[in-house]
Design a binder for this molecule. Structure first.
Ligand code: SAM
Length: 288
């Protein structure tokens, strides 16, 4: 990727006492940034084999942390753009990876991924052992730029991955499943136990891959209408859909979408939600 390094290191002017303090801060995992660092090299190798980075590809890593995945990603692709919010980790990353790394010292939720693709002059591949406290907001932040993305490979809480890939009829099927499955093909790749991380999280983790569907395969006319409809449908899981969608019912033809009035939200398929949302969203708006 040819974009500028957006962070200028300043440590050369710091005293050694300040550097020691910075090092101590960097060594401490911060709960507020969801820091669980991967230390299991076997697991690192498995994740890198899934990503399979190749020279010339435009890779973006979210949350490189201490660089567990970064090293192998740069070795494969030649260079990497990494987005890391924790200032205490920046200098260590720049020192270790030098010119191979373009560091975006920013909150990932404020990063314009379309701009990163513009800078790269190609679609990007996104990788990350995500901070679990903001994993769903990250997934939703990436939805509108999916057309600029080749694939995404993420480590997440296993329970979240199960919700992402859940089919209708299952207890874990919900808003996250519908919105992501409408846009991506997804596959759960690997379950990762807590012992692979320092500190160990309280839950299992899993690797998931997401491939944006070709635009020609996406039937969604307007994503904000789909999001609004799905949020309303799942507002109360126990209620029948005619109650959860009462406010829209006069504009909806449930039968035309193959949906029974007495269905519950979790019994309605992704295609049926898309069909219902499209009834509300005519004439066609711009697709993603
Ligand atoms: N990739 C490293 C690894 O596998 O060991 C670290 C993973 S750790 C689970 C999550 C990383 O995301 C941390 O480095 C954390 O500082 C960073 N992070 C947390 N919130 C962030 C945000 N809003 N924007 C960018 N990075 C963030």
């Amino acid at each position: 990727m040819s974009g500028p390094v957006r962070f200028a290191p300043t440590a050369t002017s710091k005293s050694s006492a300040t550097r020691t303090k910075a090092q101590a801060m960097a060594d401490q995992a911060k709960k507020r940034f969801g820091q669980n660092f991967l230390h299991d090299q076997n697991m690192v190798a498995k994740i890198l084999a899934i990503v399979d980075p190749r020279p010339g590809q435009a890779l973006v890593e979210i949350g490189p942390g201490r660089g567990a995945l970064t090293q192998g990603l740069i070795r494969g692709a030649g260079r990497l753009t990494a987005i890391e919010i924790d200032r205490d980790l920046h200098q260590g990353l720049l020192t270790r990876f030098g010119r191979g790394l373009s560091l975006v010292a920013q909150d990932v939720l404020t990063v314009d991924f379309a701009e990163l693709a513009d800078q790269a002059g190609q679609s990007i591949r996104i990788v990350g052992n995500l901070p679990y406290n903001i994993s769903s907001p990250i997934l939703f932040h990436l939805l509108p730029v999916a057309h600029r993305v080749v694939d995404q490979t993420f480590m997440l809480q296993k329970e979240v991955v199960d919700r992402m890939v859940a089919s209708e009829g299952s207890k874990t099927y919900g808003r996250l499943s519908v919105m992501l499955q409408a846009r991506y093909q997804m596959e759960r790749r690997l379950v990762v136990p807590p012992g692979a991380f320092t500190p160990a999280p309280k839950v299992d983790s899993a690797i998931v891959s997401l491939w944006p569907k070709p635009v020609s395969e996406i039937g969604v006319r307007d994503w904000s209408t789909l999001a609004r409809l799905v949020t309303a449908a799942f507002a109360t899981r126990r209620k029948m859909i005619r109650n959860n969608l009462a406010a829209e019912l006069d504009r909806l033809d449930l039968a035309a979408a193959g949906v029974s009035e007495t269905s519950r939200a979790e019994e309605i398929s992704v295609d049926q939600y898309v069909a219902l949302a499209n009834q509300l969203a005519s004439p066609p708006a711009s697709p993603l």
